[in-house]
Design a binder for this molecule. Sequence first.
Ligand code: SF4
Ligand code: SF4
Length: 466
Amino acid sequence: MGQRIPARQINPKPTKKLPSSFEKTIITRSYQGLFRNLRLYSTALLLALFFITVWLNWDGRQAVLWDVAHGQFYIFGATFWPQDLILLSALLIICAFGLFFLTVLAGRIWCGYSCPQSVWTWIFLRIEHITEGERHQRIKLDAAPWSLVKILRRTAKHSLWLIVSAVTALTFVGYFTPIRAMSLDLLNFSVGGLSLFWLALFTAATYLNAGWLREQVCLHMCPYSRFQSVMFDDSTLLVSYDAQRGEKRGSRKKTSDAQSLDLGDCIDCTLCVQVCPTGIDIRDGLQLACISCGACVDVCNDVMTQMGYAPNLISYTSERALAGQQTQWLRPRLIGYAATLLLMFAGIYWGLENRALVALDVSKDRLMFRENNDGQIENIYLLKIINKTQHPQDYRIDMQAPKNLRLSAPKQVQLGAGEIATVAITVSQLEEASTALTPLIFTVSDTANPSIFSSSASNFTAPLAR
Ligand code: SF4
Ligand code: SF4
């Protein structure tokens, strides 16, 4: 007792702050280039898919709709039911493996070109550029006191952001609630409370994420950014600065001889930092915040061209290539992911091809057994039949059971597209059996195509001795 543990005060070195923080708004400048165009095309394609698909109709109803109320997922000609959830789960696993494959191949390329957070941030940045001007004008406007011009510009920007957010929310919610009916209800001010709640929530989420949080989502909220770096290897294509070639950096005239000035190819114009949506300086090396968007590559290539230097001082390259070695394209991890993806695609294709288009669920009546008018023991069953197709179908009910059991069921059951029907049937015992419990199997099959069928097992119960 009374002994003290020796301790000393440690003042940790101040850590380098992340380039972007909530105190600092990143104001990017516009630029041109190959990767910007690639992103524009990929973004345009994805946006078109997102905004147009929801309005397409198929067989008289919305082509892609996750009908939460009825537990059905329509995708063009196919209907998926909760029983098919395994296929949808497999699809999600394929997406995850696709992402892993892309990450090993080319780092965070998904983030830079296709991630909804990045795509909507680019849209909002474009609106900011249209309403508030180029980077230097936006910096000036930020610092300027409030004036009529500032109020008008800011109002225009936020109004456009809100419009884009509302259209995004309507589209997204439209994949879960029929969009045409919901839009009409909105126009008539008669939209339901639940739809209104989701519309308001997704409008607010889009506005906040793409307008205000932007790169903070990538830095602090996205789980993918946390683990993606452990998937990189020395042949992964990452946006990198060739320090050997670029250093020592320094400004110079276009006509100057860099060698005699003991300078590398980087003219320290900081344009690569000014275009970066996450506000980092790629010349400091690979960073968690880099989303591989290629903006710095484009702008630096432009500078290199203007200076008459070779391009790709910043480029998509691998650690091996930077060290003067060959990038290995065929490597075990990449092949492993590709093989897994192929296998899973084959599996899901097989699953889709062999998906049961009718489902049967049998439940036995609470009454164990009863005696009918002929003095025979009888069991009652409820058959829940689901027509998983989008067309009316006729089904036939059969039973596989010992000969002393007789099925009494409708000859044919007609179900409409996507209809669920509950049919009560009875099974009676013609002769006494030595066992109290007899297993049996019920089957429903499409009358036009008996290969479409579904089975379910149950039991027949009878008293042992009468
Ligand atoms: S854009 Fe290129 S030249 Fe300009 S600072 Fe960045 S790396 Fe150096
Ligand atoms: S460093 Fe370059 S590639 Fe990475 S996020 Fe910034 S601009 Fe995009």
